[in-house]
Design a protein around this ligand. Structure first.
Ligand code: SF4
Ligand code: SF4
Length: 188
């Protein structure tokens, strides 16, 4: 039609009909997919969505933060973005990261897991179960035991039930404290 290029589109998502659009320039782009290499995700235990892009905590309220404190994400690792969107999210992630270090101190979760050194026989089950990669093996005076990184632990409690020697407690929610609460409730 004249010297214009006419592009025919089969709109299956919204109008569900065939449309024609006049275009000055047509640029064909293949769909953007996340990279197959999963090493960064498994190193930081970062959650991914069903589309295999990294997940932020909330698309609108916390768009560059992840569930791992101190780790921010931006750009096309979250999903297909153009240059302007990528630059904006990078600026936002940089500002968020700066807010972590500018305070000079870190607020920790008050309720976190604690290892009873005497009971731990280092089987590694808790480290396997921890979704935040907060547990590592350390050498104590006599043996190898599990150690929890207090700045990473979220107090989710996933490591507690897998311990075969009952060596892990949540601060303020130890077995004795829970049993006392149950007793008090039952007593009433
Ligand atoms: S309480 Fe949760 S985050 Fe903390 S060490 Fe256990 S599994 Fe990891
Ligand atoms: S599961 Fe229990 S025994 Fe095994 S490493 Fe963890 S704390 Fe130690």
């Amino acid at each position: 039609m004249n010297d214009k290029t006419l592009v025919k589109i089969n709109d299956i998502l919204t109008a569900k009909r065939e449309m024609s659009v006049e275009a000055d320039l047509v640029v064909l782009v293949t769909g953007m997919v996340p990279r197959a290499d999963n090493s960064v995700a498994s190193l930081f235990k970062l959650p991914k969505g069903r589309d295999r892009f990294f997940n932020e905590i909330h698309m609108k309220l916390r768009p560059v933060e992840t569930v791992i404190d101190g780790i921010t994400i931006c750009g096309a690792c979250q999903g297909p973005k153009n240059i302007m969107e990528s630059v904006n999210s990078a600026l936002s992630a940089a500002a968020k990261s700066f807010s972590y270090v500018s305070k000079g101190e870190l607020e920790l979760e008050p309720i976190i897991a604690k290892i009873e050194k005497d009971l731990c026989t280092w089987c590694g089950a808790c480290a396997e179960a921890c979704p935040f990669n907060a547990i590592k093996m350390v050498k104590d005076e006599k043996k190898e035991i599990a150690a929890i990184n207090n700045s990473i632990c979220k107090g989710c409690g996933m490591c507690l039930p897998v311990c075969p020697t009952d060596a892990i407690n949540l601060i303020a929610y130890s077995n004795r404290e829970i049993e006392s609460m149950i007793d008090a409730l039952a007593g009433e």
